[in-house]
Design a protein around this ligand. Structure first.
Ligand code: ADP
Ligand code: MG
Length: 343
């Protein structure tokens, strides 16, 4: 009897083993697609064993999520929730969606932490310099135009309270361009989490989040671009299984006038586009919205300040700055584990 029990137990074990083998041998299927959103492109790559999932079904869901973020945060859509708030020239509180609340709260936290280097109220200055939804100006804005725009900016004039948004100056204009892509990535990641997809990479315009690595314990591999506008070249290859990476740079989006280059990143302290030697800032952290916001803030700070900020806050940061004969990098200790062995 005892023997029989044992042999039954053994065969159960064998069966279990077989089931395990079968489940291991059906490798996860790869689903990858791309599309356009927020004036740029997005891409999603994922691995799943769930037979119910197919590309068109997941893409449809992803597009719904992105359209929603766009309808909330785009300054290019005059009917978006944010555009409506910008058009509402009043200091009365306005009830806002939870998404908008979350993004503006985080933007204000990072504004405080970075001493206003990140400031989502720079909209009037962005527009004045021709990097907003309207056409580019022909000349550099005048002193009085700059002064007027500066009076309408300042993150400390914007507050979120009881799910309501309040501006202290009626004609403020909020520009979430620097954080919305990152937030869109996080929302798509959230959707995939809800669908119980455990291995994915989501990217919008270069801002990415990864989860679970790839099959066979492999990390996701990504390239950080060399900051040149003439070609697309790789500066560094980074690898990680989980986490978000965002890069802000002034090498692709700028205009030139009389041989001077005007970046689309504005230093809120001066009202002028940044001009220093820092050309690219990458930040790796948990969520893409924060990575995106920090990357912009570091670019505003310039190399020295950005370096001390990264050290002080133990942020994983890679900075690329111009030198007389090319480019140099600063890689914070927290960023080093992402670099691949061969470099
Ligand atoms: P990219 O991903 O192309 O580098 P960013 O994410 O850095 O772009 O966002 C750039 C946009 O952010 C600008 O086009 C402008 O609308 C806005 N912006 C510019 N300067 C600032 C700033 N100091 N703080 C917040 N937003 C800014
Ligand atoms: Mg960015």
């Amino acid at each position: 009897m005892k023997l029989l029990k044992l042999s039954i137990a053994k065969s159960w074990l064998a069966l279990l083993g077989l089931a395990f083998l079968v489940s291991c041998s059906d490798a996860p299927k790869k689903i990858a697609f791309s599309g356009s959103t927020m004036g740029t492109t997005y891409s999603v790559t994922l691995f799943t064993k769930d037979p119910r999932y197919n590309e068109s079904e997941i893409k449809r869901k992803v597009d719904i999520v992105l359209e929603r973020v766009n309808a909330q945060m785009s300054t290019y859509d005059p009917d978006s929730e944010l555009s409506k708030f910008n058009q509402f020239e009043s200091t009365e509180p306005v009830v806002i969606s939870r998404d908008l609340e979350r993004v503006i709260k985080r933007a204000l936290e990072i504004a405080e932490q970075t001493d206003g280097a990140l400031d989502v109220t720079v909209g009037p200055l962005v527009n004045l310099w021709g990097f907003g939804p309207k056409a580019k100006p022909n000349n550099q804005p005048s002193g009085s135009e700059l002064e007027a725009a500066q009076q309408r900016t300042g993150y400390e004039k914007l507050r979120v309270k009881n799910h309501q948004l309040i501006k202290d100056v009626p004609n403020m204009y909020i520009d979430l361009s620097t954080i919305a892509k990152g937030y869109g990535v996080d929302r798509v990641a959230h959707l995939l989490d809800q669908l119980k997809i455990q291995q994915y990479l989501v990217e919008i315009g270069g801002e990415v989040i990864a989860k679970g690595g790839k099959p066979n314990e492999l990390p996701w591999r990504l390239a950080v671009e060399r900051p040149v506008s003439t070609e697309r070249a790789v500066q560094r290859v980074v690898e990680f299984k989980d986490g978000a990476l965002a890069t802000s740079g002034d090498y692709r989006n700028f205009f030139e006038e009389n041989g001077r280059r005007y970046s689309h990143i504005i230093d809120p302290a001066t009202g002028f586009p940044i001009t220093h030697n820092l050309v690219s800032a990458s930040v790796y952290t948990e969520d893409t919205m924060s990575a995106d916001a920090y990357a912009t803030a570091l670019l505003v700070m310039g190399t020295d300040k950005a370096r001390s900020f990264a050290q002080k806050h133990n942020l994983a940061v890679m900075l690329i700055y111009k030198t007389e004969d090319g480019f140099d990098e600063y890689i914070s200790d927290a960023f080093k584990p992402l670099l691949t062995e061969q470099e």
